[in-house]
Write a protein that binds this ligand. Sequence first.
Ligand code: SF4
Length: 408
Amino acid sequence: MDRKELIKLKCDLLINGVRLNELRNDLFETQGWDKERAMCFLPAELKLPLEVFVQIRENPEANFRLRIFEDKLFIQDKANNKICPADFVSLPPFSKNFTNDLTPFEKIVVYNGTCNLNFTWNYYCDYFRTKQECKFCNLTPAQDFYPEENISNARKNAKQVADVIAAAKQYHPDPKSILTRGTPPEKQGLGGTIQILEELAERFPYKNDRERTKVLMTISPTKNIDDVKLVYDLGLHSISYNFEVFDKGYWKAIVPGKDSFIGRELWEESLIKAVDYYGPGRVFSAMIAGLEPRQSLLEGVEWCADRGIVPIVVPFSPETGSAFEGFRSPTYKWMMETHLMAADIMLKKLPFLGTEEYWKEDAPICAECFTGGFIYDIVKENAGLTDYHSGNKLSNEKLILESEEVIK
Ligand code: SF4
């Protein structure tokens, strides 16, 4: 399979999921795992050939399944054809570390691919209390559904986040982090942000914009437009004010909390203002493909791209505990075509996305390690870029050692 086909496979795996039951039997029957351990095995991510990484979403009805043949992992289709080899993504060598206050890293951070650190620094969103939560979101209920997973109800504090980034800096030349959280009631949603930024600036001083610690915060703007500048001045590298849906009618219905507490006009104004400070390429807005018609989604992509804002197009995946639990993603064809169109707009209007320099020097996320979406895989592939992970990968030697342990 060439890389374009592997990206299509990633799209299918993200929207239709993957079957894991046969893999669990293989682990028990041929790999010497005890039955209980094998039946509970739920890997988070897969590495396909040619540096294509994808989140694993289990679905017993999926088109593809994982199997082990001669001690190697493969993706197989419904007709039992081996489609391609795969690997589990190993944890980085610092994953068993502790923060200075002796909290295990696994309570603070999850890892995406080999490059991205992902912090959810609290699971509380006030919109669940006011019954105006975003309809696709399960952030606050998630703590009840997945108590055994890497989700800690405790708030992560600024020092803990900085401790993890400091450890990652010993292995990555320039670690990239996404920091997200629910919208707290304090300071119209700003609560907690300032402390984190002050801690990061103190621990990782910078002399210019290039040297800022690569952190992308996905947060809400506040009612005070001056807070856009405040957050930038405190040292943030990149910001994402997520539209989620672009059509104004869908926006009111699907993200009612954002609409009533901040409002659409101020949301747009905050995004535009942010580009004045951060510059093009460091301001983002996520839009979920599959919640609104293709045309309005693409209008949103165009609106952002025209203003130097990078769209984060993510395929809709109905979450347990959200109002959309039990819904389905659109078809594979719709999803793939929509993403290809979005990528065309992005490359045309934001030409820096088609340069190795942007992904190496500026982007706060690794395109390949954005495992829940494939828009940046398409963007880089269509631009002919081949410096996967932009030189930011862990050493292969360390990865091989760790992945051997996963199969054992
Ligand atoms: S603002 Fe919306 S998407 Fe964000 S945590 Fe709250 S409900 Fe979820």
